[in-house]
Design a protein around this ligand. Structure first.
Ligand SMILES: NC(=O)c1ccc[n+]([C@@H]2O[C@H](COP(=O)([O-])OP(=O)(O)OC[C@H]3O[C@@H](n4cnc5c(N)ncnc54)[C@H](OP(=O)(O)O)[C@@H]3O)[C@@H](O)[C@H]2O)c1
Length: 317
């Protein structure tokens, strides 16, 4: 696999801080100290301490002003920012934020549908400066790439990520998903159920990126057990987990496990009932019981691109 790096120019893509919540001052866990992040974002990205039973979990998405994640005719996420003709370098800042978060996380999760829209999908930091800082901070060269799927039938099984020897990847699925893989996956896989001794689970997960696909099989029927998956990941040393999958991200919000959203708003209007939104495949929350969010920070590039950071609150669920 070719690791494409992007020459992000800090002077050109830097953004102005409009608001920073005082709560951020108490966030003492800074996974990576980076001059590049300071130059573009204004300060290093820090988090509260990760819980003991799961990683600290955050997502990075870009939406239009009406909350759409993709155009109907171009399903790749890239175009929501990329086709904002007024944004100038601000569209590159959007992609940079995703890369900064990839640079500071231990693992990142992607879903089958996004892999389908991008044959080269791999979650690694494309900013050379942050990548260097990541290594200095003692993090693995590439975050653990996790493919999350209910039943594996939507995962493109010939995708490079599954067999990569350079990108450490694992797949998490249900018992039915595992049966599907046994029947249809042509590469070599190794299964682990999460019921084994931690040492044994870790040994299997450590095979990621060595040409054999570790498959973590949990839950029942078509439903993996996300609480168990998160507990295992935390035990495996994953403290900071980035979610790049809108479908699974929504599920984590429902499970009250999502901690933060980095949500960039490209000031374009997409509209339509045929376009991708968060939680599209599911029912929405009710007026009486739904998550709230607290704005942690707001940055702007120009009048056409804004970058929000939110923290979830679940006390009214
Ligand atoms: N604008 C942005 O920032 C952005 C970012 C990323 C993607 N996108 C766009 O969003 C679209 C894809 O989004 P999507 O949500 O359809 O696809 P996705 O995130 O690629 O897929 C959702 C994945 O989550 C799995 N999943 C859902 N609930 C689960 C659970 N409870 N346990 C385990 N796995 C679970 C699904 O499994 P199954 O496949 O088995 O159902 C599926 O693989 C594409 O158009 C993409 O370009 C936009």
């Amino acid at each position: 696999m070719k690791f494409t790096m992007v020459p992000f120019n800090a002077e050109k893509i830097k953004i102005s801080q409009i608001f920073k919540n005082r709560a951020c001052e108490s966030f003492a866990d800074t996974p990576v100290f980076s001059e590049k992040i300071k130059k573009v974002y204004g300060y290093d990205i820090s988090f509260p301490k990760a819980p003991a039973d799961r990683p600290y979990i955050f997502s990075s998405f870009v939406t239009s002003i009406d909350g759409k994640l993709a155009y109907a005719d171009k399903p790749s996420a890239f175009y929501v920012a990329g086709k904002n003709q007024m944004a100038g370098e601000g569209k590159n800042t959007d992609f940079w934020i995703l890369n900064a978060l990839r640079g500071i996380c231990d693992a990142a999760i992607i879903g089958g549908n996004s892999m389908e829209t991008d044959a080269d999908y791999a979650m690694y930091c494309m900013d050379e400066d942050i990548q260097r800082d990541r290594r200095k901070a003692g993090l693995s060269p590439i975050p653990l790439n996790i493919i999350m799927t209910l039943d594996a039938s939507d995962v493109p099984l010939d995708h490079k990520l599954l067999k990569s020897r350079e990108v450490p990847s694992i797949l998490c699925t249900s018992p039915e998903g595992c049966s599907f893989l046994r029947e249809h996956y042509e590469g070599e896989m190794i299964e682990v159920s999460g019921k084994e001794e931690p040492g044994q689970i870790h040994e299997v997960l450590s095979k990621a990126g060595k040409g054999v696909l570790p498959v973590l099989v949990t839950g029942e029927g078509k439903f993996p057990d996300s609480k168990l998956i998160m507990k295992i990941l935390r035990g495996f040393g994953i403290r900071h987990l980035l979610i790049e999958s809108p479908g699974y991200g929504h599920y984590l919000v429902k499970q009250e496990m999502m901690d933060e959203f980095f949500l960039n708003m490209s000031a374009v209007y997409i509209g339509g009932g045929d376009t991708m939104t968060l939680g599209k495949a599911d029912k929405g929350f009710s007026a009486e019981a739904h998550p709230h969010t607290e704005i942690l920070s707001i940055h702007m590039f120009n009048e056409y691109f804004v970058y929000f950071r939110y923290r979830f609150h679940y006390e009214f669920m």
